[in-house]
Design a protein around this ligand. Sequence first.
Ligand code: NAD
Length: 478
Amino acid sequence: MNFYKESLRIGGERIESDRIIEVVNPYTGACIGSVPKATVDDVRRAFEFALAYRPRLSRYERHRILLKAADLVVARAEEISDLITAESGLCKKDSRYEAGRVRDVLVFGANAALNDDGQIFSCDITPHGRERRVYTQRDPLLGIISAITPFNHPMNQVAHKIVPAIATNNRMVLKPSEKVPLSALLLTDILYEAGLPPAMLQVVTGDPTEIADELLTNPAVDLVTFTGGVPIGKHIASKVGYRRTVLELGGNDPLIVMDDADLNKAADLAVAGSYKNSGQRCTAVKRILVHSAVADPFVELLVEKSRRWRYGDPANPGLDMGTVIDEAAAMLFESRVTESVAQGARLMLGNERQGALYSPTVLDHVRPEMVVVREETFGPVSPVIRFGSVDEAIAIVNGTAFGLSSGLCTNRLDIITRFVDALHVGSLNVWEVPGYRLELTPFGGIKDSGLGYKEGVLEAMKSFTNLKTYSLPWPQQD
Ligand code: NAD
């Protein structure tokens, strides 16, 4: 196995340091590499370097860089997958899938860079209209974008920040999660190799308690884009002041199973939604709401399918699930499940832990007020809440602080439209997991899950630009 002694990417150079953060494989416990602990001065230098450069890449040049990077990702997919697996404990199936998603983000960004989404408004459309036309165009930000990413998709979350920034000719300083910094650095190098000017993307790794404030408050920063948990997201919101802020925060997504549902199909969605990526997706299934008329047979199927979900050494390509991010996270799930059982929930399977390895776990008869479903339990836990009516299900879904996504298993159009209108969420997928989306489509939550600003390549490109209008005289021709 390689040892990755990594450096910062500042000012077009690789900067090493004696102050390091070790990167640990969550399954083996081995140190697989290190990254520098950047100082506040390092961060300032990154902003200065970025400010001194004005990107002038044509749409075609941005398109070519992103497409070339996509080709490099495809060519190096196995290396990328190995690195993601080594630093995060995600199994090979998950990390290979993630490499494919990164490729998609790059290709969508490459194509979107070619599109001019400007609008034209003719002004002779009212009684007091004029012979003019108003046009719109999107300009890159005047300042720098600060991006901060979480651990759960080590490369794809980073791609969702960087690619829209490049597609819109912006400059970004990125701080990846200190738990999984290596994948971010690899993607950065791939983009440099594809021709990206280094001032458009610099990477600082380090201890957030030391450098995060500088990333939020440096005068060069025009926009902060953050993906991560609610507590830090709200801290950022209170810190940034008069700056645009995009916050993609936690979720507590339900899969709702109605009494007309094909239970086998619904249980397949429940296990995939609960356990893929070790349950560490903001849109993982974190609560399964099942109509009480079908709850018994559904839970039986859920237990059976969960038992067949093979977990263990993340590097074993035959397995379905690796570890969670670290032992502390696994211990938290264990204690929440144990607490819910003490409060009356029934443990049907799992709650077994070995270091950071935590088994697929099924709970039945969970009540909405239990912490395991009231808070975000960011791991492979399937808690079943039984409900008796659509009204009750809506109240349960809307009864937490979160509002990210949701999944619904029913064929009844009247029920589908009811949920679409009533749920306080950013998205709803009928007969799909809450996490289903294209990298291109609008994505993001409301309430504690986000401020309503969306991600997805196209939406992020909008939030990373200033919309300018200009108008021209347009006299009627004879
Ligand atoms: P986290 O909030 O603990 O950390 C996220 C990032 O914030 C890391 O890079 C961390 O170093 C940084 N950070 C820490 N302290 C900071 C501070 N004081 N100021 C600024 N930044 C600071 O999240 P995590 O545990 O890495 O990721 C899991 C969370 O991310 C879950 O809640 C999950 O739901 C959420 N998430 C949301 C989305 C979404 O799109 N809505 C996507 C993926 C993950």
